[in-house]
Design a protein around this ligand. Structure first.
Ligand SMILES: NC(=O)c1ccc[n+]([C@@H]2O[C@H](COP(=O)([O-])OP(=O)(O)OC[C@H]3O[C@@H](n4cnc5c(N)ncnc54)[C@H](OP(=O)(O)O)[C@@H]3O)[C@@H](O)[C@H]2O)c1
Length: 331
């Protein structure tokens, strides 16, 4: 019987249970996918502990996991985009489609799948797909990065942030990254950061303003509570703060008058999945991510893999700020 990591209640890593699951036959438009590699994401932690949604809750019990890579093992009727034996990746963004990638085998809508180019391994794809697509939304759509921009990226050695750093640098920006340790500073520099700031030891606002007295063009912030408001003091008068996550907790409420205190700053928050409701846009973004990986511009740094059945330990390490780059779970 196939196995999966399922939760019956919200809570700490101990609520993750490795157990047998029933997997139905694929229906019309669906495929049976055998997972080979599963990307770990901070959203998995937020879904597990119940802090992801604002207005609704994840129906329980639920199998966690917001992205997966696998091999197509069976087809329902009317599936035209993949065939048995194809390797494919998908994201199932929280809030848009149910999770479920923490599983050996699952049924999924065929139109969620994107085929993986031959030169990219399953593990690399799992390390890069959701994180690379999120970076695409930010550097290509929300704040199109250009030469001359200066960008501050928080937790720059993290999964999504490593892609943001590499991509921003590739597009010609000067990049400064905050990091939680000297080891992470090294990783952030390897990912393209021109400057790093140990923000647990040093006041990052003062340091950014020392490096860039006019302020930076944009801040990319997946940390949230601890960094959100101070980041406004790092921006140039017309700069953009892109918040995309809350690893340290939910960002506090914003008094919009603050945005006019020095000019006309902008603040935005993204939900990655909504960019890809139109699957053609997802296909285009995925093509760009995979193409830049093939060219060596974007690298998925996989420091750690864990057997899928040990997902609880992976969660502990991610929450404990002990991971660098991407973590991949192996079914
Ligand atoms: N909006 C979207 O559609 C979307 C899509 C993907 C990801 N995200 C968000 O992007 C962020 C990054 O995700 P990721 O999967 O790539 O994770 P990650 O960045 O690899 O890991 C989180 C990092 O956040 C930093 N951090 C700061 N304060 C923390 C705290 N109190 N507890 C734990 N970590 C803390 C840590 O780095 P340091 O040690 O360097 O501080 C930690 O390594 C998350 O907030 C995630 O929810 C959003």
């Amino acid at each position: 019987m196939p196995k999966a990591i399922r939760i019956y209640e919200n809570g700490g890593p101990e609520v993750l249970r490795w157990e047998d699951v029933d997997v139905p036959q694929p229906g019309p438009g669906e495929v049976l996918l055998r997972h080979t590699a599963v990307g770990l994401n901070y959203a998995d932690v937020n879904l597990r502990n119940g802090t992801f949604y604002i207005h609704t809750k994840l129906p329980l019990p639920a199998i966690l996991g917001n992205e997966g890579v696998g091999v197509v093992e069976g087809l329902g009727s009317s599936v035209g985009n993949v065939k048995v034996g194809d390797r494919a990746a998908y994201v199932s963004p929280s809030g848009m489609s149910p999770p479920g990638s923490y599983s050996e085998l699952r049924v999924i809508d065929a139109d969620q799948l994107v085929k993986i180019p031959q030169d990219i391994s399953d593990r690399q794809a799992a390390a890069a797909f959701l994180k690379g697509l999120t970076a695409w939304c930010i550097v290509r759509r929300i704040f199109p990065v250009r030469p001359g921009h200066t960008i501050l990226i928080h937790a720059a050695a993290g999964g999504v942030a490593s892609f943001l750093s590499q991509w921003s640098k590739h597009l010609g920006a000067t990049v400064v990254g905050t990091v939680g340790s000297t080891e992470k500073a090294e990783a952030a520099r390897a990912a393209g950061c021109d400057h790093t700031i140990l923000y647990r030891e040093v006041d990052f606002v003062r340091e950014v303003n020392r490096l860039f007295p006019d302020g930076v063009s944009a801040v990319f912030d997946g940390v949230g509570k601890d960094t959100f408001l101070p980041s406004l003091q790092c921006l140039d008068p017309f700069g953009t703060l892109v918040n995309f996550g809350n690893a340290s907790g939910a960002p506090p409420p914003l008094d919009i008058r603050l945005l006019g205190a020095r000019g006309a700053q902008m603040v935005t928050r993204l939900g990655m999945g909504f960019f890809f409701k139109d699957r053609r846009i997802q296909a285009k973004a995925a093509e760009e991510v995979f193409d830049l990986m093939s060219k060596g511009v974007l690298r998925a740094r996989i420091e750690r893999t864990y057997p899928l059945c040990e997902a609880a330990q992976a969660h502990r390490d991610l929450e404990g700020r002990r991971t660098i780059g991407s973590v991949v779970l192996i079914p």
